[in-house]
Write a protein that binds this ligand. Sequence first.
Ligand SMILES: Cc1ncc(COP(=O)(O)O)c(C=O)c1O
Length: 504
Amino acid sequence: MTDIAERQYRTPLFDAMVALAEARKVSFHTPGHKSGKGISTRFRKFVGSKIFTIDLTTLDEVDCLQKPVGVIKEAQELAAEAHGADRSFFLVNGTTVGNHAMVLSTARPGDEILIARNAHKSILAGVIQSGALPRFFLPRFDADLGIAVNVTAAAVEMAMRAHPNARVVTLTSPNYYGIAADMPAIVAAAHRLDRVLLVDEAHGPHLHFHPALPPSAVDAGADLTVQSTHKIVGGMTQASMLHVKGKRVDGSRVARVLQMLQSTSPSYILMASLDLARMQMATEGRKLLAKAIDLAEEARRRINRIPGLRCLEEREVRTWADFRLDVTKLTISVKQLGLTGYEASTLLNGEFGIQVEMADLWNILVIVSIGDRRDDLGRLVGGLEALARRHFASANRHPLTEIPPMPRLEDATLACSPREAYFGPSSPIPLSEAAGRISSDIITIYPPGIPVVVPGELFVPDTVAYLEYMGAHGARIDGVLGPGGGEEPGGAERPEPWVKVLEA
Ligand SMILES: Cc1ncc(COP(=O)(O)O)c(C=O)c1O
């Protein structure tokens, strides 16, 4: 075994936590439950008592996330080595805080930042915090699936040339549906044009560990990459990582920003899950992922044989452009059943006990991971077969063939910086009256979390129509208010949404 392989079996943070718990020292420090002795009995009865003994705080034995010098430092170094990065940081508020940190580490107030519009709202939140000025470019859309796919390398290069002052470029790859941009080509273009590339790889912490998956952003050489270890591999919810590669971004600047953004009481359980998830991926990731890939591909073949259903395949994605597909994601179009994705998701959950990752207008999205078993996929396929049997024959209703086109979001007019709009004096008005006004909020159809309006942008009639249509068909829209501007949606069945706009 090579030194690297041997080292990757180590779990320095977890080991130190276990050793400290087993030492049974008397604790006069936080957390107040004191190794579980003060925890609610109901909680302890359900989860057992051991977990509380490793719910620790910053102590010499287990190091300090804010300024790691011991076992956290070592665990982060092992993570960097495993992912092929130069430096890695543990995150305890998900990729959300990582996206804030990427933007704050690279863009100053007034700086232009180029953003592929299918960005998660946390990228926009980073822009609001930093005072940067976003310049958007659009991903391609697939009209048949009704989803944003991704950005081509040519589109990224064109956007960089069109915005020579935007020194920082941000992409999401793979997207929620597993559709990955051509990272090697994009990194090469960005560096040729002397840009810093930030990649939201929330959905790609596993890519590095199996050659059949699209290349990871870190392997391609992206300057900063954030991954939700918790979404796809073995991290616990909220546990993510930020990786630095190369010298274009100063790692100590990232460290300082994270010291400002992250909790001074980070969860050791979350951090241990990162230490262990890294070890698991580095030592047996390829084998575990091979199984997940096989299960997903088998389910894809079976779903594609069900009349009325269509499951996205990698060969299709490759014909669109220079995209790749993470085949562990199953994007299943239910359009031909005459159902929305939202309806299919509700039926699968209510009648078959099958919970999908998300639904959009025409599709449901299923994540197959190292935690799935053949029986789980069998149940999914069985549920889909039953749904299709019931709905396909009678699907003479296709209520959604007339989707209003997604507004031309790259043409949206930025009337002021997102920061000014977010903090400026604002008041609520009905969405139907918003055309021509400046939004002071991020409005996102969620999932998949693509901002339809960002603070500082003018509402245009297309945006209003699109939001109204999506709302009427069951999409969850974040950033809109209840009638009269209240936080709650109100009593009416489909109350008209209100939005916050800058005062004229
Ligand atoms: C593309 C993308 N980026 C960032 C996030 C936020 O990640 P997290 O939930 O780890 O904070 C999400 C969450 O869904 C996402 O889909």
